[in-house]
Design a protein. Structure first.
Lengths: 112, 110
C-alpha cells in the first residue's frame, strides 16, 4: 500500500538533546513537508522540499534542520536550539504544484 | 496568516447534512479553495478542492459563491466518524504552501 510513514509515534527526550524524526513515503511524490501542531492550533510549516537535495524554510524553521538525500525520505532534526520543542509533528508529501497533500500519522514529541 | 475565516465550532445531528461555511473575501483569481479535515490526533486528510465551479466527490460537495468570496463544504449525511476539525484553505497553484488556520471543530451527535 502506498502512503507516508512516520516513526516513532511517541518520542520522549531530555532538554538539550537533538532528536531526529523519520518520514518516509512511497507515493513517488517530489515534494515533502514538515509541520508542527500545538494544542488547539492549526498546522505551521517548518520546512519543505520540492526536489531531492533542495529544501526551503517555512514559517517556523528556527531550531530545526532537514535533509533530502533521497526522494522517499525527509528526516527532521529538532535541535537543542528549539526553545519549545514539545509538539505534534506531521510530515506530508505531494506532487509538485499540487495542493493535495498526503499526511503521515504524526510523531508526538515530549521534551522535559 | 490564514486567508480564511471559519466558525470555531459547529454541531450536527447524525444522518443530517453538515454545512461548513468559509469566508475568503481576499481570494485572487488564480487561488483555489481546499478543504481538509483532521480527526483527533491524526494527520489531516484531503477532502475536496475547487476554483470556480461547484465540486462533488465521494466524501463531500463544495459550493463556491459566484463572487468566490465564500464557500460551503457539505457532508450530505454526517456520521459520528465525521467528527473532526475541518480546515478551509486558500491555495495558490504552484506555491507549494498550505496555510492552515484553526478550522471548525464539527461535532456529530447521535
Amino acid at each position: 500500500d502506498g502512503g507516508i510513514t512516520q516513526s516513532p509515534k511517541y518520542l520522549f527526550r531530555k532538554e538539550g538533546q537533538n532528536v531526529t524524526l523519520s518520514c518516509e513515503q512511497n507515493l513517488n511524490h517530489d515534494a515533502m513537508y514538515w509541520y508542527r501542531q500545538d494544542p488547539g492550533q492549526g498546522l505551521r510549516l517548518i520546512y519543505y522540499s520540492q526536489i531531492v537535495n533542495d529544501f526551503q524554510k517555512g514559517d517556523i524553521a528556527e531550531g530545526y534542520s532537514v535533509s533530502r538525500e533521497k526522494k522517499e525520505s525527509f528526516p527532521l532534526t529538532v535541535t537543542s536550539a528549539q526553545k519549545n520543542p514539545t509538539a505534534f509533528y506531521l510530515c506530508a508529501s505531494s506532487n509538485r504544484g499540487s495542493g493535495e497533500q498526503y499526511f503521515g500519522p504524526g510523531t508526538r514529541l515530549t521534551v522535559t | 496568516d490564514a486567508k480564511t475565516t471559519q466558525p470555531p465550532s459547529m454541531d450536527c445531528a447524525e444522518g443530517r447534512a453538515a454545512n461548513l461555511p468559509c469566508n475568503h473575501s481576499t481570494i485572487s483569481g488564480n487561488e483555489y479553495v481546499y478543504w481538509y479535515r483532521q480527526i483527533h490526533s491524526q494527520g489531516p486528510q484531503y477532502i475536496i478542492h475547487g476554483l470556480k465551479n461547484n465540486e462533488t466527490n465521494e466524501m463531500a460537495s463544495l459550493i463556491i459563491t459566484e463572487d468566490r468570496k465564500s464557500s460551503t463544504l457539505i457532508l450530505p449525511h454526517a456520521t459520528l466518524r465525521d467528527t473532526a476539525v475541518y480546515y478551509c484553505i486558500v491555495y495558490q497553484g504552484g506555491s507549494e504552501k498550505l496555510v492552515f488556520g484553526k478550522g471548525t471543530k464539527l461535532t456529530v451527535n447521535p
